[in-house]
Design a protein around this ligand. Sequence first.
Ligand code: ADP
Length: 561
Amino acid sequence: MTKRIFQSILLVTLASLAVSLAFFTAILFPYFENRLADELAQELAYLAPGAVSGGSEYLRQAGAGGNRLTLIAPDGSVLFDTTADPAGLENHADRQEVQQALAGQAGRSVRYSKTLDKKTINCALLLSDGNVLRVSSTQYTGFALLLSLIQPMLMVLALTAVLAGLYAYRLSRRLTRPLNEIDLEHPQPSQAPYEELAPLLRRLAHQKRQIKSQMQELQRQQQQFEAITENMQEGFLVLDAAGSVLSHNSGAARLLNLSSPPTGKNALELGLCEEFSQPVRQALSGDHVESLIPLHGRQCQLFANPVFQGDQLAGTVLVLVDVTEQQQREALRREFSANVSHELKTPLTSISGIAEIMRGGLVPPGDVPHFAGKIYDESQRLIQLVQDILRLSQLDEDSVLEKPQPVDLMACLRRAADQLASAARAQNVQLAVRGGSVWIQGVAAILDEMVFNLCENAIKYNRPGGSVELWAGADVRGPVLTVSDTGIGIPPEHHARVFERFYRVDKSHSKEIGGTGLGLSIVKHGAAFHHAQVELESTPGVGTTVRLLFPASAQVPAEPL
Ligand code: ADP
């Protein structure tokens, strides 16, 4: 701004100087020239009578120290001159002023020197004796004057430049200080230092308000977007057309196992496996890709969607879905189906074989009860299997039909003990029910099944002369139910797996004694249904204890009898 003010001041000064000079040379110079010519004419008129009467002598005296006087004869020859010897002067008949005077007019002419720096103004008058008297005055021309003015002009210019600089500095400071003091963060049109600035400040204030509301809207959208993506279990990455990560959610960082935020880095350079890079490359070349990739021990479904703006690829959106559990469930389901088919097939084949023999009349009448008994046993096994499968699928799909109600765990133990008393006797196993009443909110049918399965196992996998103890009560953690036996026990390496469907420690033995392989699985799912924990303690050759720990919140007051 100082520069502009300085330039303006200098320009104005120079322009003023130029205008003054032009005025001086263009207007005043001709004016002074005319004035001089008039004065010369007056001088002529004054000298004319003396020149006629006194001749050359008069003119010498009158012209001493003054303008040049020349007396010219009618034929143009110079009779007298105050500055030169007339003999050495050429004939003046061709001089404009002389010709005009001889013609009876006021003779006047201006002649310039060869260097154009001087000019001579001549005025001539026809005297009464026929001669012509001429007065000449020599002075500098406007051009010479201009040339002579260059030096002072340059000095004036230099002085002007210094003064203009100083003035421009002070002026610009005075002008800019209020401008610098404007609070651009909170523009107030009413407090504009110059009224011309008020519209600008008004506009600024308006734009600030607009920007603020747009920023708030953007922030709101950003927060909404982050809230959505952060709460997604799925990983989410947005890449630009070159593959650099523009944004990501914590799901992506978790699934890709990223130690530092990937924003700004190229997705292909994150050090991930080729199974990840390959579909990303494909998406960056414009293809939609879906693929199943292994990521740090988990299985992820990767959806890579290219994003176009018009025909131009603008970037790619990557969505990662952890399908590990889904895959495991699928595998379990397949395994379960295969197991169920197999388990169903065995008794059916047996029943079908016996029926075949009986139809062919190959069974003597005395043996019919035996074979019928076989068919009955296999059918019971089938019924038990189907019931267990149904119960498991109910627990799996959370579609238990019975409503929870207060149940006495001790009553469950007693019912199981009653049902299994003859089996225990047959196995020569002592069955004892201990503890006391403890009521929980639960489904009696499921709890009965769980206790029955545990108690049945405790008898089945016992040794002759062994014992089984069923106990119900409550400790500091909440209601507890335990089934302990002195049976064959479970080797430690099988502890984690005995709760899996169709898992048996000794397959042939278990089948032989009528197990479906689903008993403990029902216990595990039934416990989960009641939010209970299952603890297994077992030592081969010593015995097994299965403990169900119900949450304290499940306990309810005893039902009035
Ligand atoms: P099963 O119908 O074969 O008994 P379960 O699911 O009830 O199936 O039990 C799974 C396996 O765990 C059994 O096959 C058996 O090998 C083992 N098991 C369960 N309970 C006991 C126990 N009390 N003592 C020893 N082994 C047991």
